[in-house]
Design a protein around this ligand. Structure first.
Ligand code: NDP
Length: 407
């Protein structure tokens, strides 16, 4: 029996739990807990009607470590898959240690009061997980997640070294709303309004948010403007691919999204410090989240494709000089909705979350010598993960380009 407890009941969780239920040979007993139990029940109902699999649901505040520890023990879960918000990463890791369960997530810890995406808080758990013989897998979504596995696959099969890496994240989907975000709006807006940072010659270089724009023609989508921004996998990629001279992350945004965001920022609606409103403190960005559409409701109307991948340049493994490869997945919003009831941004995160969990439960991924510890996805063998991407709905292609990127 492989018992798994999933925490959080948003779009990513919904996809992950559906895909777990579609792989009963790996996930034989699925438990789902979140702050709002009715959201867990709605996912359970959809899973039951689509797959016939029953899952158990619970209400939990994942910031309450004793309550979460008791829930992990009561379910008997050997693995906790954290698909709540980055704010809960550390309390869920604490509860896993207390209950003796392995841990996995898709986004690194972030304090509520400052938008800082850094791994050091979670890396600090290394000794405790190792001493307990437990494994924590960090960043098993698409980005972070698949984009790092893509880089490590290229490094294993095509390139001896990676000199330059560009991660290109394009969402060509249209949801028909004037302004909405495709995953948690608070996390999304904190991410895109933070200054851009990229890795260059051994250090991070900071530039103003959304200052670097490049047009790129994405297969399956067409030409789109993409903007350089900071993304958390740049930190772990720079650590685990030490020869990297330059690593950058790019994301596409439409002009209407940028215009709305500029206005919201100019009027103070994206602030994350408390302001007084009618005698009580509110956080403007949290209020904004409350009035924006829930990402999980966008699935029914979203049309178009995502195209996310890596362009890497380095010395070829076969000694034939410098080569450039482009490795990517293209995913269709409507097909994702048909299969799981969720759009492609949730799908491209929830499927790799399921695959990361499968890697841990089947023992395909263990720490060095089977020891416990805290691992970024770059530290593990890309091959079994890449094979499952192909069979679980996120097929990928790799092509050689004529030379390094010109931008
Ligand atoms: P949602 O906001 O849709 O869902 C988050 C869920 O977590 C909600 O059900 C929420 O409950 C629950 N939650 C929040 N706080 C708590 C708490 N204290 N205790 C228990 N449950 C809680 O987010 P998404 O599904 O879009 O994203 C989920 C995660 O995936 C996020 O961490 C996000 O950063 C990450 N992500 C990663 C990506 C990647 O490629 N690596 C891409 C996209 C997302 P309630 O509904 O009651 O508020």
């Amino acid at each position: 029996m492989s018992k798994v407890l999933v925490i959080g009941a948003g779009g990513v969780s919904s996809v992950c739990v559906h895909k777990m239920a579609m792989n009963p040979g790996i996930f034989s007993d699925i438990h789902l807990a979140s702050r709002t139990v009715s959201k867990c029940e709605a996912i359970a109902e959809s899973v039951k009607s689509r797959t016939g699999v029953e899952i158990s649901t619970y209400a939990i505040d994942a910031e309450d470590v004793p309550a979460l520890t008791a829930l992990i023990k009561a379910t008997g879960a050997g693995l906790v898959v954290n698909l709540a918000l980055p704010y809960q990463d550390l309390t869920i890791m604490d509860a896993c240690l207390a209950a003796g369960a392995n841990y996995m997530d898709t986004a690194n810890y972030e304090p509520k009061d400052v938008a800082r995406f850094e791994y050091h808080w979670q890396w600090a758990y290394q000794d405790r997980f190792k001493a307990a013989g437990l494994m924590a897998l960090l960043g098993s979504g698409f980005d972070p997640g698949v984009t790092s596995v893509f880089a490590m696959w290229l490094k294993k099969h095509k390139l001896r070294t990676i000199r330059q890496l560009d991660i290109l994240d394009c969402n060509g989907g249209d949801h028909g709303q004037a302004f909405a975000t495709n995953f948690n709006p608070e996390i999304n807006i904190r991410e895109v309004t933070a200054p851009a940072r990229h890795w260059e010659k051994g250090a991070f270089v900071e530039t103003p948010a959304m200052a670097h724009k490049v047009q790129f023609d994405f297969e399956g989508v067409g030409p789109k403007n993409m903007y350089m921004m900071y993304h958390e996998e740049l930190e772990s990629l720079a650590k685990f691919i030490p020869e990297l001279e330059r690593a950058r992350f790019w994301m596409t945004f439409g002009d209407a999204y940028i215009t709305h965001l500029n206005v919201l920022q100019a009027v103070g609606m994206t602030r994350i410090d408390p302001v007084m409103y009618e005698g009580r403190e509110i956080i403007p960005l949290q209020f904004l989240k409350a009035v924006l559409p829930e990402p999980s409701t966008l699935g029914a109307t979203t049309k178009g494709k995502t195209n996310i991948g890596d362009i890497a340049t380095g010395e070829a493994l076969d000694g034939s000089g410098e080569k450039t490869f482009y490795i990517r997945n293209i995913c269709d919003h409507e097909a994702c909705y048909e299969e799981t009831g969720n759009q492609a941004v949730s799908y491209t995160t929830g499927v790799p979350a399921m695959i990361g969990a499968a890697m841990m439960l089947t023992g395909a991924w263990k720490g060095a010598n089977g020891e416990g510890g805290v691992f970024n996805i770059e530290q593990l063998d890309p091959d079994p993960f890449m094979a499952m991407l192909n069979t679980q709905g996120l097929p990928w292609t790799v092509e050689e380009l004529a030379g390094p990127v010109a931008f």
